[in-house]
Design a protein around this ligand. Structure first.
Ligand SMILES: Cc1cc2nc3c(=O)[nH]c(=O)nc-3n(C[C@H](O)[C@H](O)[C@H](O)COP(=O)(O)OP(=O)(O)OC[C@H]3O[C@@H](n4cnc5c(N)ncnc54)[C@H](O)[C@@H]3O)c2cc1C
Length: 483
């Protein structure tokens, strides 16, 4: 029934012959047909445990890939033998599924409860919850070659832990999100500091009292501090637009200064748009922080996963009900997977074949450089608001606390989004929101079968904690409907 050698005349299944996915847990369904465009006829359906009994040993629980399926023609060419390669710790077996006659195609079909597209925080949280709380089977698919979505980190060739898609600092005010993720990671406590180069000096952003003292003569800085505290109080974040409405000429000067030196050119570089062309809420958010607190975030919980984001994700997904398929666009396999429901965290316009038009995104290019020095700069992020084409230089070692005589820095170049790069930032403009709403209406119509969530599916910038919170809320709805 099975051999320990690969059958001599076996040939490998090609993508055109069969999908590249085989699932050995749960139900295995072998379908077969004859000729081109055959409607597949089900020959036999195995339950995994039946197969196990059949072959006398337990099938491994890892998903098998292309290399694991072999076809073997007999002399007469009328019978095809299908071998599945099974590797155990000690041996490799080739199991002969000798049940199929007159085949041109063999599809071993995956049957799961949920197909989840995208292995970022949104998809991973939903997969983990559904698998562990509802005891349902999930196939999680990502077109990238790793889990973790944009939060992914890895060691580069020089052994430095880098954040592949730009520095990611975790911060949240939600104890629910923090406690949930803390099941899968310990934290390295870290407060993010960002400096901006203004008039050749590196000053804290958001712009605060320390920035004022670093840039203006002592006496004038004292005057500005006094005016700010008098008008708004200490510890308050005042949007610069509000500051411009102020009665004091000095505060209007300060607002204009910050707008020009910290915000305007940076916005042009980042979005390739004038601030007026963006949603007014973007400008409204730029604050002066009347404080000596240099931290970029003031959230209650802040940190970096102690053993990397990648470890956090693999712990989340380490559940017998979850299988992960990487390097795969879901569209390549959707016809070969039987699932009850789907959660989609990819771009919503792509899901609907861009039928209402393309939702615009801004992209980034990350140029990495490893240097033979312990540290390159004073903080994890330094913004170059006016000079150079890049907007930031990142140095992840500040975040990870890794000890090494070398360091890797990342230059961040804003880019137009195209087919070759990644969609990072939805462009905050009213007309884009209207376009998104058309897709949202489409999504509403299929919500019994497909649920949309995440920064690409919701066309909304989420911090990591917001993505997790969104996923937890959606999970709650799913669980409540079920009960
Ligand atoms: C430069 C940058 C820096 C950031 N820094 C921070 C930070 O410091 N702190 C913070 O809290 N947040 C930060 N964020 C935001 C953070 O990255 C997001 O909150 C998070 O990635 C959202 O997770 P998600 O699962 O919704 O999306 P993603 O992480 O983007 O995951 C979606 C996944 O879907 C996959 N996918 C898409 N289409 C398909 C398809 N057709 N088939 C298969 N797979 C598909 C993609 O490959 C991707 O892996 C930053 C974002 C950027 C761009």
């Amino acid at each position: 029934m099975f051999k320990t050698e690969r059958p001599a005349n076996a040939w490998r299944c090609r993508t055109t012959d069969s999908p590249r996915l085989i699932w050995t847990t749960g139900r295995i369904c072998v379908r077969a047909g004859i000729g081109e465009n055959t409607t597949f006829r089900r020959f036999e359906t195995f339950e995994a445990h039946r197969l196990n009994t059949f072959f006398g040993f337990t099938l491994p629980v890892c998903p098998l890939g292309l290399d694991d399926l072999f076809f073997c023609k007999t002399q007469s060419y009328s019978i095809f033998f299908v071998y599945i390669k099974i590797s155990t710790h000690t041996q490799t077996f080739y199991i002969n599924l000798n049940i199929l006659n007159y085949l041109e195609k063999v599809v071993i079909c995956v049957i799961v409860d949920w197909l989840i597209v995208g292995a970022g925080f949104t998809g991973a949280t939903l997969a983990e919850r559904i698998a562990s709380q509802l005891d349902q089977k999930v196939l999680l698919v990502d077109r990238r070659d790793h889990i973790g979505g944009n939060s992914y980190d890895c060691y580069n060739e020089e052994g430095i832990l880098i954040h592949k898609y730009g520095s990611h600092t975790f911060h949240t005010n939600s104890s629910m999100v923090w406690n949930y993720l803390s099941r899968f990671t310990e934290w390295r406590h870290y407060f993010h500091n960002v400096l901006a180069v203004v008039d050749g000096k590196k000053v804290p952003v958001p712009f605060n009292l320390n920035s004022i003292y670093a840039l203006f003569p002592q006496k004038y800085a004292e005057k500005l501090e006094e005016l700010l505290i008098q008008h708004y109080g200490y510890g308050v974040k005042v949007p610069i637009l509000k500051l411009r409405e102020s009665a004091s000429g000095d505060l209007i000067f300060l607002a204009d200064y910050i707008y020009k030196k910290v915000f305007y050119h940076y916005t042009l570089k980042h979005w390739e748009l004038n601030p007026e062309e963006l949603d007014p809420s973007v400008t409204a958010r730029v604050p002066v922080y009347i404080s000596r607190d240099n931290r970029y975030f003031q959230d209650t919980y802040q940190g970096i996963p102690k053993h990397s984001y990648a470890t956090l994700f693999s712990r989340m997904l380490n559940h017998p009900n979850i299988r992960v398929l990487l390097n795969t666009d879901y569209r390549e396999i959707i016809g070969d997977i039987k699932f009850k429901r789907m959660i989609y965290t990819g771009p919503i316009d792509a899901f609907f074949d861009y039928k209402h038009g393309t939702l615009p995104y801004r992209s980034l290019r990350f140029d990495f450089d490893t240097l033979n020095q312990e540290y390159f700069q004073e903080a994890g992020t330094i913004n170059y608001t006016n000079e150079y084409e890049f907007t930031r230089i990142l140095e992840t070692k500040h975040l990870t606390g890794q000890i090494s005589p070398k360091t890797t820095i990342t230059y961040v170049y804003p880019q137009q989004h195209n087919q070759q790069n990644e969609p990072y930032y939805p462009i905050p403009r009213a007309e884009n929101r209207l376009l998104y709403n058309l897709y949202l209406k489409e999504a509403e119509q299929i919500k019994d079968k497909v649920l949309f969530a995440g920064r690409l599916a919701d066309y909304k910038y989420y911090n990591m904690d917001q993505a997790v919170a969104r996923a937890l809320t959606l999970f709650k709805e799913i669980a409540e409907k079920r009960s």
